[in-house]
Design a binder for this molecule. Sequence first.
Ligand code: FAS
Ligand code: PHB
Length: 410
Amino acid sequence: MDPGGGVGYSGSRSIGERVMRTQVAVIGGGPAGLLLSHILHLEGVESIVLESRSKAHVMKRIRAGVLEAGSVKLLRDVGLGERMDREGHVHDGAAIVWAGHGRFFIDTRKYTGKRMMAYGQTAITEDLYAAREAAGGEILDEVDDVELHGLTGASPHVTFEREGRPERIDCDFIAGCDGKHGVSRPSMPAGLTKVYEKVYPFGWLGVMSETPPLEDLVYASHPRGFALASQRNPMLSRYYIQCSLDDRIEDWPDERFWEELKSRYPSEIADAIVTGPTIEKSIAPLRSFVSEPMRYGRLFLAGDAAHLVPPTGAKGLNLAFSDVFYLSRALVEHYKGGGDRYLDSYSDMALRRVWHCERLSWWMTNLMHRFPDDTEFDQRSRENELEFLSMSDHAHAALAEQYAGLPYES
Ligand code: FAS
Ligand code: PHB
């Protein structure tokens, strides 16, 4: 095995083309691709990661922040827990408030015995890059024109350009970890894939500020719209408000954002929010999306390449991690001669968890947001559901179990 973690050169196929050889070609250097490459390396399986953007661009993305208990365990199990345990914030649930009513707390630790973690995706990506680079892993960034070939044969390959030069990777398997705009999912025959999609009529305006966060995550349902108070560390807060899809960042100077955010919380919470200059501000649309199956021949999809969830349930990143757990286990078993039962069951197994998280995220989004076409009946029913959730131990337990994350399948 090449000590460089997967790059063996086997000549060229066309003029000037450099040909590399590895076992698994990973398309996409986000959390899914990097974590997969890291776990494969720990198990002696070679991979090369192809990333279309620069490392600097990937590293400055600000996205998810809450890790399910299963994701926390997975990161610790693969040697990526040290900084998370040092800088992360252990998290035992989330509070919910809705207009005119006091807060109630969904206590995931009480109902599941599990502990979650608030630790940003940005930090996780830094940790993953550091681990791959320390291990001599091959991450080829700023690649262009990635194309997948031979997916139904035993020797697929990937062609791409890098620094203007044609390159090729011969491999055994391709992991499509290239997110919602990648090339992997479109490389599957249209007649094979079934897409399920729901587009929500609003977005999330998110900000980061170097201010002390609230103690807990607090989700708010308010006539003016949804709001969320979250955190990254004792001096880094993350806040979101539901906004119109017509909104632009420039419509939301800091002062207007802070005023609107506070207006969506009861005064005792609003008064505790420490405001300050925002260091990041972005608007993200909300979509539910699943493309089935997550396999085509030697191509396996993982993460946002196969599915998207509205961030209301904090499931997007966690789903990418559970896909990677299942796919890495399957590939390692193949290479260790254990057969292909996990490869053959990967798509169905991953999709069971995907659909669980899709439904939860859709349910929480409907519960906590106001929709332009809401009728009075819709809103009164929503308030009753929040009231039931606030008073029923069983409803608390059901939400806590799902929010903390169901166990991975064995
Ligand atoms: P990613 O999209 O992170 O990574 C895919 C990588 O593939 C990217 O680096 C991309 O540059 C690369 N790529 C694309 N095309 C390529 C090609 N042709 N060749 C090579 N590389 C290619 N989740 C939560 O749980 N909570 C949140 O609050 C939350 N907020 C979000 C906010 C935003 C704006 C977005 C976009 C997502 C958010 N998510 C959130 C979901 C997010 O965290 C994803 O679930 C997570 O990034 C999934 O990781 P990957 O599957 O690795 O996909
Ligand atoms: C975040 O901290 O970014 C976050 C937390 C919970 C969510 C979504 C985003 O549901």
